[in-house]
Design a protein around this ligand. Structure first.
Ligand code: NAP
Length: 307
């Protein structure tokens, strides 16, 4: 099946293009980008031109930041094509609900992806936790924003979600593996005095689960989830790619190289079955944190080029 990729930035180059090049299901038939192109692939600078000129393209994968994504997704569905959304799927919950309704009315597939759910240890963690009682849990998601989002001002603009941009990956895993859902009980956000979104967040959920998200970590990076259960301790490390139960290694993959290929396999399955997959539970926790949190103003944030 032919697919177009729109928004040729960091994640498109790092993950989508290699995953599509290796895909048995998809051919990268065009790109849509205001600035960039991919060698050997027909390039459009405007989505409406692509949709008008390439009726052979069945699906469009949208890899731009969440705030501008709704307009693109709406146009894709309006033109009768299937749509695949990077995470987080939108800037608000209601706009993603609207897209979901629109896709259903038109009999099209909408896939709101969560790449971390495809990490190596996540399915095994979910299966092991089924039927057990989680007694407490600790999420530590600490990384260096300057390394992972160099110069990307949108992460600190309204709709950019700040540290929840990576933190929502942890929440996507949590909501996938827990045997019973939890809800946010309290939250604290650190917002740089010159920015709109948090650079760090500390969350406390029902069921004794806490989360510590921080974008100021230099040196080794941490993406760990530890859950204590009535049947032992489960640790998911490396963003879900390493799984240990009571200290015993169950799954181990030191990279996220399998996640995006798995997303495109799933997208092909959904399109063939004419189904959608839109689970907003990770984003509900982020929205709740934005509603409930106590906010601390912290020191202004500047990129290296501004320091
Ligand atoms: P990015 O490089 O800053 O932006 C991606 C591309 O989106 C840009 O190159 C630009 O493409 C397009 N774009 C930016 N602003 C736009 C606007 N206002 N209107 C239309 N297009 C716009 O961001 P990214 O790091 O790739 O992140 C994009 C998405 O991927 C985010 O939702 C993020 O959470 C997710 N993601 C990122 C990472 C990561 O490591 N960075 C990892 C996993 C998921 P053109 O110039 O081609 O138009």
């Amino acid at each position: 099946m032919k697919l177009a990729l729109a928004g040729i930035g960091k994640i498109a180059l790092d993950q989508h293009i290699p995953a599509l090049a290796a895909s048995k299901d998809w051919e990268l038939a065009a790109t849509v980008s205001r600035n960039a192109s991919v060698e050997g692939v027909p390039a459009f600078s405007d989505l409406s031109e692509l949709l008008a000129q390439r009726p052979d393209i069945e699906a469009v994968s949208l890899a731009m930041p969440p705030a501008p994504r709704y307009d693109y997704a709406r146009a894709v569905l309006e033109a009768g094509r299937h749509a695949m959304l990077e995470k987080p799927p939108g800037a608000t919950l209601a706009e993603v609900h609207a897209l979901e309704r629109h896709a259903r009315q038109k009999g099209l597939t909408l896939f709101a992806t969560w790449h971390s759910r495809m990490a190596r240890g996540v399915a095994a963690a979910r299966d092991w936790l089924a039927g057990k009682t989680v007694l407490s849990g600790k999420i530590v998601w600490r990384e260096d924003v300057r390394h992972w989002h160099p110069g990307q001002d949108w992460v600190f603009e309204p709709g950019g979600m700040g540290v929840f941009d990576p933190g929502i990956n942890a929440l996507s895993i949590l909501t996938e593996i827990l045997p019973a859902p939890v809800h946010l009980a309290s939250a604290e956000l650190d917002v740089p005095a010159n920015r709109q979104t948090p650079i760090a967040a500390r969350l406390r959920f029902s069921g004794g689960i806490t989360a510590d998200f921080d974008w100021r970590q230099e040196g080794p990076q941490t993406w760990d989830i530890t859950l204590e259960t009535d049947a032992g301790r489960l640790v998911l490390g490396m963003g879900g790619n390493v799984l240990e139960i009571d200290g015993r290694a169950i799954e181990s993959e030191e990279t996220l190289s399998g996640e995006y290929p798995a997303l495109y396999v799933r997208m092909a399955e959904l399109v063939r079955a004419r189904k959608s997959d839109v689970d907003l539970s990770p984003m509900v926790h982020v929205a709740d944190a934005m509603m409930l949190a106590r906010r601390n103003a912290v020191e202004p944030f500047f990129w290296d080029t501004q320091r």
